[in-house]
Design a protein around this ligand. Structure first.
Ligand SMILES: [Zn+2]
Length: 423
């Protein structure tokens, strides 16, 4: 099969040129800049479209097993495919928790049966995400996990974090850390500041995140073992990461599209879709995140796709659960950041392709001869508004509902097979 006439963007190989791609047996068998000779094989006309490596989202909650009323592997994978995401890493806070190989096997087996995209489970760091005893990382690694995380919960015990990092490293697994000092934000539901006082909502101060970012970095520096900080949201956290990287600490981090595009102002109307952890922060924090992205300090962009049912999000702001969906708005958000803030699209694209592939140690995220034919065709000019009708997830909790975007996924291929088509 051929994909002809599109603009191929492949940050891993610094390629940005019009080319024809030939696909055989699920892999890219040829890349022909400047076009190729006609053949009888099936061909897709991609002229006017961008041909991207299928996106890799390293932070997704699929809710399966245990919370299938919010999302399951089938519905979550449909949302991913519609968003041009061909690989996702799913977090361990399911029920039962993915803290042993039987749950890992369940996820991978169900994915084999129903998933549109490649699903890579993240194992728990501690049994039951309780922060007390290490989970069976070695057995889960054998079963197929690609990283470990207690995401949803911080690892409060510093000694346990050190042990977890040392143990994980022996299996070639990286710890993904959700940074939150619960003692500083026990009842908090939004960013702490003038607006939280005005709205009468308990706050989550920036420092509650920054303390743990600093702690994680110091443990990483002491052990020499890499750590990945997920969903960084504060200027303070960014400053700590910048200094650490300058000292040579092996810390990497990701940021969500919503922290790059939205602020706490979104909470003014008590919209529970704008309630998440970390909370939407101030404009100063958001600007610092954009600057850090521009300066290549932030390694990845990940959605923290977190579906919750309509009736759960219909609760009042204090009691509604934390999180929003994000798979279908990832690429349009990246385009928005590119267009509005002038950040190089190739740099942004690397944050959802080559960089997460490198951090997770997985194949994919590039478009060279021999690569997996995981490909996203993107119309960079299409203007559209994200509405409930567009949502492929089982849940519709997005703070981007009603948002206008430029750029839309047209078609998504997994190993050369179409898994999503807009028409
Ligand atoms: Zn988290």
């Amino acid at each position: 099969m051929w994909i002809r006439g599109g603009l191929v963007l492949d940050p891993a190989n610094n390629v940005q040129e019009k080319a024809d791609l030939c696909i055989k047996d699920g892999r890219i068998s040829g890349v022909y800049p400047g076009g190729s000779e006609k053949s009888d094989e099936p061909s897709i006309n991609a002229s006017g479209l961008w041909v991207l490596p299928g996106l890799i989202d390293m932070h997704v909650h699929l809710r399966d097993p245990g919370f299938e009323y919010k999302e399951d592997i089938a519905s979550g994978s449909m949302a991913a495919a519609a968003g041009g995401v061909t690989t996702l890493a799913c977090m361990a806070n399911t029920d039962p928790v993915n803290d042993n190989p039987s749950v890992t096997n369940y996820i991978l087996e169900k994915a084999r049966q129903v998933s549109k995209v490649r699903i890579l489970p993240v194992g728990a760091v501690t049994k039951g995400l309780k922060g007390k005893e290490l989970a069976e990382m070695g057995l889960m690694k054998k079963a197929g996990i690609v990283a470990v995380s207690d995401d949803g919960n911080p690892i409060e015990d510093s000694s346990l974090l050190r042990m977890a990092m040392e143990y994980a490293a022996t299996f070639g697994l990286r710890v993904i850390s959700h940074c939150q000092d619960r003692s500083m934000c026990a009842s908090g539901v939004m960013n702490e500041g003038a607006l939280s006082s005005l709205l009468g909502l308990p706050g989550i101060p920036q420092v509650c995140e920054d303390i743990m970012v600093a702690r994680d970095i110091l443990v990483s520096q002491y052990t020499g073992i890499p750590i990945h900080i997920t969903h960084i949201s504060t200027k303070g956290g960014i400053d700590i990461i910048r200094q650490a990287k300058q000292r040579g600490v092996k810390v990497t981090c990701d940021v969500t599209p919503h922290h790059l595009l939205l602020t706490e102002e979104k909470v003014r109307s008590y919209d529970t879709n704008a309630k998440m952890y970390p909370p939407l922060r101030s404009e100063a924090d958001r600007k610092a995140l954009l600057e850090a992205l521009k300066g290549s300090l932030i390694d990845c962009i990940a959605t923290d796709h977190a579906p919750h049912a309509r009736d759960e999000k219909a609760l009042d702001f204090d009691t509604a659960p934390f999180g929003m969906i994000g798979l279908q708005t990832l690429l349009p958000s990246i385009m928005k950041i590119h267009l509005e803030y002038g950040i190089d699209f190739m740099k942004l694209l690397a944050c959802v392709t080559a960089h997460p592939a490198g951090i997770l140690g997985i194949e994919g995220g590039d478009l060279q001869v021999g690569s997996r034919a995981d490909i996203t065709l993107f119309d960079p000019e299409a203007k559209w508004t994200f509405t409930e009708q567009d949502v492929k997830s089982r849940s519709i909790n997005s703070a981007f509902l009603g948002q206008e975007f430029t750029g839309r996924v047209v078609q998504t291929f997994l190993q050369g097979k179409t898994v999503y088509s807009a028409t």
